[in-house]
Design a protein around this ligand. Structure first.
Ligand SMILES: Nc1ncnc2c1ncn2[C@@H]1O[C@H](COP(=O)(O)OP(=O)(O)OP(=O)(O)O)[C@@H](O)[C@H]1O
Ligand SMILES: [Mg+2]
Length: 466
């Protein structure tokens, strides 16, 4: 009864492996019928698996404690500890190990019970070698997927830190290093990169990791406001500075005193406002609109843009001197398609986030889904990936996200091209609104990208939506 119990089968005298060394999975066969145990081991070994055997449940458990086992093939009915009991304990000791139950005649009901307790499948005796190998292959595939997702999640916890900036790619690690290095200085930082690459995330990290973190981080989007309103917002105003300026109002520079001012979409700033901003940067003082007192402000400036500032400078739309003032330190955030290593890390991070938010427990991504996500070019970058995962979590009914719940363009590997058609008789205004709406839909509501596609300033799009 003890032959080879809980030990490695001497093996080695059988036909050579057909599976390459690195994909060799370890299978533990637990059966009190020595003959069956031996035959099954031989079959599995001939197919390239690494096989351990045990002739009873207790010995099987001992092996699970000592070795990394990917799959257990266990008989259901054994003296003392039966297969079901072994399964229940094994799921605690070694949660990433898969289970397949071998059942005799008339014990199907018990086998189903085992599946309810987490077994992947069962094989009924007597079984053909094809059946056995098929079930084993499938169970191992599932096991590998779970193990991979488990690994990714562990890695995520290691690198995530308290700041929720995910990125294991070299480019991201460098961006994070620079961010840590420059956070404590007062040097102006210019964040560049396509829409959705994380400029705002890094702006916030620069503030939190600085010694200004107890004061405010104030964000002003230069695209959202027309020139005069933007200036009033930035510098504040005195009563009567312009029609409608009834009382005095402090600007965002004053609100950010001692802290950080984040000028988002700085490429959209008008030339006049640029002059005023330059003066603040050079002299460290501001004047409220309509006032003549100069106020000292101690503000660290971070600016961001997805426009190509050097070419705006060449076209005379952005002041060169301001560009150099802002670009003291440049943090360029690469598009997601250039940091393939981060796609699944980010996807798992968002999976956790939306699982929690939607009270779901989706375990991970199928290998087909992961492949499609790895191949896709993500023109909307991290934001697009985040939206895709959220959608999959909300729609998903299975324990794993498969291609069915991913956006079609991700699975097809194509960028989306939607067609708009409208009847003659549509007014230009209606046509314009329809086009803006359709474009916004295709960019998942991202106004910056939509404006770029439409060839208009993002300020214009904000205005038209209003
Ligand atoms: N490295 C990252 N780790 C975790 N989440 C990220 C990361 N980068 C971006 N995100 C998330 O992706 C979304 C888009 O990021 P963010 O708003 O910072 O992009 P952006 O570069 O400012 O885009 P835009 O130019 O359109 O303003 C946000 O929800 C953000 O939390
Ligand atoms: Mg942004």
């Amino acid at each position: 009864m003890t032959e080879n119990s809980q030990g490695r089968d001497p093996g080695g005298d059988e036909s050579p492996s057909v599976v390459p060394e690195e994909s060799k999975a370890t299978i533990l066969v637990v059966d009190d019928e020595i003959e069956l145990c031996r035959a099954l081991s031989k079959l599995l070994r001939r197919n390239g698996y690494h096989v351990l055997t045990a002739s009873n449940g207790e010995d099987g458990l001992m092996t699970l404690r000592q070795e990394e086992v990917h799959l257990v093939l266990s008989d259901l009915q054994m003296p003392r500890m039966g297969g079901l009991e072994l399964l229940k304990t094994a799921k605690v000791i070694s949660p990433a190990t898969e289970f397949v139950i071998i059942t005799g005649h008339g014990t199907i009901e018990m086998a189903v019970g085992a599946m309810k307790n987490g077994a992947y499948d069962f094989i009924e005796k007597p079984f053909s070698t094809t059946t056995a190998l098929n079930v084993v292959g499938k169970a191992l595939e599932k096991q590998q997927l779970l193990a991979e997702n488990h690994e990714l999640r562990k890695k995520l916890e290691e690198i995530q830190g308290p700041d929720n900036i995910i990125g294991n790619s070299l480019a991201m690690q460098q961006a994070l290093d620079t961010t840590r290095q420059v956070a404590t200085s007062t040097a102006t930082v210019l964040l560049t990169g396509e829409s959705g690459t994380g400029k705002e995330v890094f702006a916030s990290a620069l503030h939190r990791w600085s010694d200004r973190s107890r004061k405010s981080l104030i964000t002003v989007s230069c695209a959202a406001l027309p020139e005069t309103l933007l200036e009033a917002e930035l510098f504040g105003y005195e009563a009567g500075a312009f029609t409608g300026a009834v009382g005095q109002r402090k600007g965002r520079f004053e609100a950010a005193d001692g802290g950080t001012l984040f000028l988002d979409e700085v490429g959209e700033m008008s030339m006049t406002t640029q002059v005023k901003l330059l003066r603040v940067l050079q002299e460290g003082v501001i004047e409220r609109l309509g006032g003549n007192a100069t106020l000292n402000v101690d503000v660290r400036i971070i600016a961001a843009t997805n426009a190509d500032l050097p070419s705006l400078v060449r076209d005379g739309k952005f002041r060169e001197d301001l560009y150099y003032r802002l670009n003291v330190i440049n943090l360029e955030l690469p598009p997601l398609r250039d940091r393939g290593a981060d796609v699944m890390l980010l996807a798992n991070f968002f999976l956790n986030k939306f699982n929690e938010r939607n009270k779901k427990q989706i375990a991970g991504f199928s290998s087909q889904a992961a492949d499609a996500m790895g191949r896709y070019s993500w023109p909307g970058n991290v934001r697009e990936l985040e939206n895709a995962v959220e959608r999959a979590v909300v729609l998903g009914k299975d324990e794993i996200i498969d291609t069915g719940v991913l956006p079609r363009n991700v699975v097809d590997g194509r960028q989306r091209f939607d067609v708009l058609s409208m009847p003659v008789g549509t007014t230009l205004k209606e046509a314009e609104m329809a086009l803006i709406e359709a474009t916004l839909e295709s960019t998942n509501g991202d106004k910056e990208t939509a404006a770029r596609i439409l060839g208009i300033a993002s300020r214009t799009i904000y205005r038209k939506i209003q």
